[in-house]
Design a binder for this molecule. Sequence first.
Ligand SMILES: Nc1ncnc2c1ncn2[C@@H]1O[C@H](COP(=O)(O)OP(=O)(O)OP(=O)(O)O)[C@@H](O)[C@H]1O
Ligand SMILES: [Mg+2]
Length: 300
Amino acid sequence: MTGKAVAVTVDSLVKAYRLGHVEVQALRGLNLKVDAGRMVSIIGPSGSGKTTLLNILGGLDRATAGTVSVGNTQLTSLPPSELVWYRRDIVGHIFQALNLIPTLTAAENVELPMMAAKVKSSARRSRIKELLDVVGLSDRWEHKPDELSGGEQQRVAIAAALANDPPLLLADEPTGELDSVNARMVTEFLVKVNRELGKTVVMVTHDQNVARAADSIMRIEDGTIKAALTPSQIGGQETSISYLEQLRNRMSELDLQLRNLDQDFREGKISGDDYADQRLRLRQVKAGLQDELQRQGVVG
Ligand SMILES: Nc1ncnc2c1ncn2[C@@H]1O[C@H](COP(=O)(O)OP(=O)(O)OP(=O)(O)O)[C@@H](O)[C@H]1O
Ligand SMILES: [Mg+2]
């Protein structure tokens, strides 16, 4: 059992897939920082690299270049033999569908990762109970996946992903196959896992209403992060503020953050390292925003 939350730092991440003579650059120097205990949504067009990023964070795929650290672990330099440990103890990973083993009950699906971690039977039983309670399914213990609704299956998947108490939870389109009511419920459980259990959560979604549940939203395009947005800047059904306006707002917000940061440093409130680190991050986000504004035809 590994405890609470970890920060995720992705630096200049590159992933190239080679198919015969053709090379696809799925990630092109992507930078991302998620503070410990935060929840971040990743949005972006199809083929922009969202799943590739998540699969690398999850230890399912290896980077071509760049570094990823998760807490104290330098994921990109872990030998393959240690990826098993990483996948078992550090991350919980949820996908759009087919998260559960169809022949096993809800309880057995939650139990499986703990068997891999050699947790004792009595501890497993109490953990299953605890987790099925968290996702509101304590009365579905004996149900097999096809006896559960899609939303319930995803909630069992969340419970199973949390079985070994990983500090990082990854979710790739976890609501992709759900109607809006179930999507909202699954999203609420992910938020609960973030807020109440203190896990760091990175979630990919194409649904803006799901995306805004996070603390911040990163827009990825062509394998790099192009914009960092706050939930209020994401167009839900009810907001009518234009995309351009969102970009401009984000830009003035960033300028303000930079000024505040400079001031904090001058007043000795943060260390030189933190200052350099945060300033670099804000500058990177700003550069992405500037690119996007230019793409939108705004000169300056
Ligand atoms: N195993 C692979 N081999 C070759 N190319 C791949 C492989 N996996 C992904 N790609 C390519 O990498 C790019 C990024 O794919 P990725 O699956 O990360 O996109 P995505 O943002 O998750 O898209 P979607 O929203 O459709 O799920 C795409 O151009 C895709 O064709
Ligand atoms: Mg994908």
